[in-house]
Design a protein around this ligand. Structure first.
Ligand code: PMP
Length: 326
């Protein structure tokens, strides 16, 4: 961890201590703050879990130096694990279905990782199987599995949440975050609920995603363009604990697209689609607190901007909604 004022010996020390910045398009009485996670060296929030999970797994002896970490992943988690693996003396192999972002695969390779492609039609389930197969063939290999590994949420409980707590002197009324694995929201929510059980917690997903099934709602499964959050099968989201959330809100791709443009044009944030979804939901929670519709112990709402829009420029995030490939 760093305040960026002294020389550091490794890029791993630059992970975390990201800036917390006010989102201005929010009610004056209930400010919204976003933690800008693209400030991490691999440019996303997943650098935190890459470092945290691998350090703990090395400490516990799940894998030894010179061993291999293998993860089925399409994106930021691979990059975060690749940054940490090399610096911690581990090899990294990522199993990626072919259809996923070519840029992210190039970055994983540049960071020294091996990328094994699986046919897109076989889906993520097959990529997970293949990752375990490769691990079985190697002498000292481990599959962190971010969807089921408690260390994922723990990374946010131990780092992201205390940083927010310190920046706002504990005055956090509500937390809002989009859920992919759910690790970010679960870690932050558990931390603040332990300090004040009335902390309001909102999970965010794209419209068409199935997280609301956790609350017993019927959901029409549909494709969505917002990237990094949402699920099509809640059985895979083993970390998500519905008892830790008050609401699950689905945000429409069209609104997300407009908010991505607004965040850049008005507030100078090159924030990607999941950040825009978080901003929209956080502002709605803030209005709810202002209007007395949501009870919260403090007048401040916190969310995260997980990564940068620059990672998705080739998908046309700043072109028209129709041209955005998602
Ligand atoms: N936004 C982006 C861009 C992501 O890559 C992810 C991780 N899939 C998330 C949000 C959601 O984070 P989590 O897995 O911690 O729920």
């Amino acid at each position: 961890m760093t305040d960026h004022r002294e020389p550091l010996s490794s890029v791993l020390e630059t992970i975390g201590e990201t800036p917390l910045v006010e989102v201005h398009d929010a009610p004056e009485a209930v400010p919204v703050y976003a933690k800008l996670e693209s400030f991490n060296p691999g440019a996303s929030i997943k650098d935190r879990i890459g470092k945290y999970m691998l350090e703990r797994m090395l400490e516990r002896g799940d894998v030894g130096e010179g061993g291999t970490v293998i993860e089925p992943t399409a994106g930021n988690t691979g990059i975060g694990l690749a940054v940490a693996a090399k610096q911690l003396g581990l090899n990294a192999v990522f199993v990626v279905p072919e259809r996923f972002s070519v840029e992210k695969q190039q970055i994983m390779r540049a960071l020294g990782a091996e990328v094994v492609n699986t046919p897109s039609d076989d889906g993520m389930g097959f990529a997970i199987e293949r990752a375990h197969q490769i691990a079985d063939e190697l002498d000292d290999a481990v599959v962190p599995q971010q969807f089921s590994n408690p260390l994922n949420a723990e990374a946010h409980y131990e780092t992201t949440a205390p940083e927010i707590d310190e920046a706002l002197d504990g005055e956090v009324g509500a937390v809002v975050a989009g859920c992919g694995t759910g690790g970010t929201l679960m870690g932050i929510a558990r931390y603040f609920r332990e300090r004040d059980p009335d902390t309001h917690v909102t999970a965010v997903e794209p419209a068409g995603s199935a997280y609301r099934e956790f609350l017993g709602e019927d959901v029409d499964h549909e494709a969505y363009k917002t990237e990094g959050i949402g699920t099509h099968d809640i059985d895979t989201n083993e970390l998500f604990d519905p008892d830790l959330v008050d609401d699950i809100w689905a945000i429409d791709d069209r609104e997300v697209h407009a908010e991505m443009g607004r965040l850049a044009a008005e507030e100078g944030h090159l924030a990607a689609s999941s950040s825009a979804a978080n901003a929209l939901a956080a502002k709605r929670v803030a209005r709810g607190i202002r209007d007395g519709e949501i009870d919260a112990p403090h007048d401040a709402v916190v969310t995260v901007f997980p990564d940068s829009s620059e990672r998705y420029l080739s998908k046309g995030v700043y072109r028209s909604f129709e041209e955005w490939e998602g």
